[in-house]
Design a protein around this ligand. Sequence first.
Ligand code: HEC
Ligand code: HEC
Ligand code: HEC
Ligand code: HEC
Ligand code: HEC
Ligand code: HEC
Length: 502
Amino acid sequence: MASEQSARLWRNPLSLAGIVLAFVATAVGLPLMFVDLFSAFNSPYAGILIYLTLPGAAAFGVALALAGILWERRRQRLYPGEPSPSLPVLDLNDGRQRLTLAVYAGLAAMVMVLLSVTGYRAYDYSDSVRFCGMVCHSVMKPEYIAYQRSPHARVLCVACHVGPGAKWFVHAKMTGLYQVYSIIFHKYPRPIATPVHDLRPAQETCEQCHWPAKFFGAQQKLFTHYLTDEKNTSWQIQTLLKIGGGDPATGAPSGIHWYMNIANDIFYAATDAKRQVIPYVKAVDRKGHVTEYFSSESTLRPEQLAKMPLRRMDCVDCHNRPSHVFNTPEQAVSRAFAAGLADASLPGLKREAMRLLAGEYRTEAEALDRIGKDLPEFYRKTHPALYARKAAAVRQATEVVRQIFLANVFPEMNADWRAHENNLGHLTSEGCFRCHDGEHKSREGRVVSKDCNVCHTIVAQGAPAEVAKARLQAQPFKHPVDVGVDVTQVKCDSCHNGTSGL
Ligand code: HEC
Ligand code: HEC
Ligand code: HEC
Ligand code: HEC
Ligand code: HEC
Ligand code: HEC
């Protein structure tokens, strides 16, 4: 009698709805969980569905069922004589009813498997690079194209822009909603502003893959340039970059990553939105000792500085272009020469190519058209005999310059090396020299060093033939042309801007 009573308690619409919900959520969730466990990569969005939404729904179903039971018990106590709502009776001895039940159960199973798989694919897709890079094609085009030829071309956009965890998923979805609105109503800025202010801290994105203490040692890096003279004279700089790191188990702690990431916590205040002008820096070493550096170029008083928000320096303050690198015309053309893509014997080609790449254009089509007409025209007019001989080389060079434009300059979005400067270095934007300019001094007289040997050692420089046979040894920097000033005493970007305008 008691068991019959309690069996009847769940026979009410609310409890039944709860049981169905809990059952469906579990039936969809379990297979999904297996797909997720055995799939090659972890998608943060799918994780939200599988480990949060569906179990949440199942739990809600159970709660509903319990609430229904309580409600039914109260109803029966208040109105003892009344029959509880009757449910259809299923007779498993009846062959037709058995068949119908089997067909329904089979169909339900199929639908659930289908739902699981398509649901998973949908989440996969909203996570995918194609979704991020192509759905809002014109807006993301500069970042998407630059991404495809970056060292992170196989890392998902969401690995850096969302990262794991529910909080940032919700955050991304909320800003995502705003982004959809801004695209529909053409409210988005051109270029998309950087730095990205709500970018997740690098510890939770970059450091998922890059072990920050890993010791890199010194890396040999060869910089190859071509000058803007008629001969496109080549000039190389062979350096050892002291990348370093911080684990004594893999190498003595030293180098850039040791000082900037591990030995010190560095905080700074910037006066501009792009964090390029830095009047104040604070280094806190591992023992908690604080050193404050003030720029002698700033007119801000200490009490004004004290009110400014501080940013804790992380990977992205140096590596702000790990994935979206917009090369300067100088870099891009020099690399094309070095790779043998364009004929460096065509007189003045470096200068002309940079001039065309840095031109004012409203659209990509206009730029391609101008480059396609102007470069051959230049050789036809200024070097007619050579043009007759080398028409094919000129055509090839023209195509290379057009390709460089397509990959690095995006007039419709105003996105290029000018809008998105690279902080890793100091030649065409301030980069490291934002602080390492010799002007940031502490009250005790310490200076954020501008010594040319702190971050790298130059071991050979000059014409490629000389560099190739040079005995590598530390040496002072030699500027390739005499400009009448000691260039080590000024900031390189006071002259260098990435184009032939210097
Ligand atoms: C290796 C990590 C990484 C990956 C992968 C990545 N990004 Fe970024 N992205 C960044 C960083 C870091 C910034 C911020 C730069 C800054 O704040 O100065 C950024 C900035 C952006 C910006 C702002 C504009 C700009 O150029 O600074 C957009 C838009 C963007 N990313 C879109 C994408 C898209 C779309 C993808 C995938 C196709 C993607 N990102 C993949 C790291 C990444
Ligand atoms: C999902 C994993 C992943 C994430 C997240 C990630 N990276 Fe990487 N990173 C890689 C891989 C893979 C490479 C290529 C390694 C190679 O080629 O040896 C790489 C290469 C690099 C390099 C060397 C580039 C070069 O020119 O050789 C730098 C610097 C770097 N990452 C910085 C970052 C920064 C900064 C972030 C965060 C904004 C980040 N990475 C996020 C996987 C990742
Ligand atoms: C103070 C600036 C600075 C900070 C902060 C910084 N890096 Fe670097 N990192 C560099 C420089 C400079 C290089 C040399 C790369 C070059 O010039 O091509 C480098 C190189 C690397 C490389 C490539 C090493 C190789 O052997 O190719 C990786 C990976 C890397 N950094 C990851 C990180 C990560 C992850 C963080 C945050 C924990 C970080 N970096 C923070 C300046 C910095
Ligand atoms: C926001 C300011 C800031 C920026 C930008 C910055 N640094 Fe630093 N850096 C510092 C400070 C401050 C110190 C000194 C820490 C101390 O007090 O010991 C330092 C120290 C160093 C040191 C150790 C110097 C020594 O005297 O031994 C190296 C190496 C270094 N930085 C590399 C770099 C590189 C490479 C870049 C650019 C990719 C860079 N830093 C950009 C603030 C900065
Ligand atoms: C705070 C660190 C730091 C200091 C100080 C520093 N450099 Fe550099 N320098 C770098 C980094 C990082 C790069 C690599 C940039 C890259 O990989 O593109 C670099 C690159 C270079 C290059 C090659 C640039 C190119 O594109 O060809 C030259 C030349 C150079 N530095 C000269 C100097 C001279 C001269 C000084 C002294 C006035 C100096 N550096 C001081 C960090 C520094
Ligand atoms: C007073 C202006 C001025 C300053 C400051 C200056 N440069 Fe230059 N630099 C030039 C000129 C002019 C050329 C020759 C350009 C050409 O013919 O292509 C040049 C050429 C170069 C080149 C050959 C590649 C190129 O862009 O043409 C390198 C590398 C270079 N400079 C490095 C540096 C470094 C590193 C610094 C800072 C320590 C620096 N320069 C500061 C004016 C300057």
